[in-house]
Design a protein around this ligand. Structure first.
Ligand SMILES: NC(=O)c1ccc[n+]([C@@H]2O[C@H](COP(=O)([O-])OP(=O)(O)OC[C@H]3O[C@@H](n4cnc5c(N)ncnc54)[C@H](OP(=O)(O)O)[C@@H]3O)[C@@H](O)[C@H]2O)c1
Length: 173
């Protein structure tokens, strides 16, 4: 199973502010939807709260310490490990944030699909530092300018773990 981190990260590392995304970028939301549709996504309970509901057409796995946590169309896991076990039959799983979950997933992910937002917004959560020399290799980059639906210029970046098979074969079972 390929583990793919998907995140929008500002130039200053910010990914959120008061539980919300600190920008308006329609292209990022569309890309997120297109990439994750039909697949499993793992997110932290705070990210789930900020979204407010399960995202349709996807397996929504929410990580929480709260054994009583329940929400419609959501699978609950008590740790990232348990969440990964719950989706292990899938070809790919997306790690959808937030910062706590990205930090825990960073060292085991195979790929990162980042939207680099070219701005320095205020925020209270940041993406974890990562080593883009020894651990991660940038394999694809597309740049876009701001427009009326996208508040800031942005780049879609694909990173692969250094040494990882560029076309990993999905494990079954
Ligand atoms: N820019 C982006 O791409 C992006 C993507 C996603 C989220 N965000 C932003 O990120 C912010 C939220 O991130 P965050 O770091 O504050 O929270 P988070 O990672 O979404 O959720 C943290 C919660 O997850 C649970 N959790 C984390 N690790 C766990 C573990 N090992 N075992 C069991 N439960 C665990 C805990 O829930 P309990 O407290 O219930 O135990 C913890 O409070 C928001 O501002 C959101 O908008 C941005």
């Amino acid at each position: 199973m390929k583990i793919t981190i998907i995140a929008a990260v500002a130039d200053n590392g910010v990914i959120g502010n008061h539980g919300q995304l600190p920008w308006r970028l329609s292209a990022d939301l569309k890309r997120f939807k297109a990439l994750t549709m039909g697949h499993a996504m793992i997110m932290g309970r705070k990210t789930f709260d900020s979204v407010g509901k399960a995202l349709p057409g996807r397996k929504n796995v929410v990580v929480t310490h709260n054994r009583d946590f329940a929400a419609d169309d959501v699978i609950t896991a008590g740790s990232l490990e348990s969440a990964l076990m719950l989706v292990q039959g899938d070809d790919i799983v997306f790690i959808a944030g937030g910062a706590e979950i990205y930090s825990q997933a960073l060292h085991r992910a195979d790929e990162m699909l980042l939207t680099r937002v070219h701005a320095e917004p205020e925020g209270d959560v940041t993406f974890p530092e990562f080593d883009d020399v020894n651990e991660w290799q940038l394999v694809d980059s597309e740049h876009f300018e701001a427009d009326d639906r996208n508040q800031y210029p942005y780049s879609f970046l694909t990173y692969r773990r250094v040494g990882a098979d560029l076309h990993p074969v999905a494990e079954s079972g």
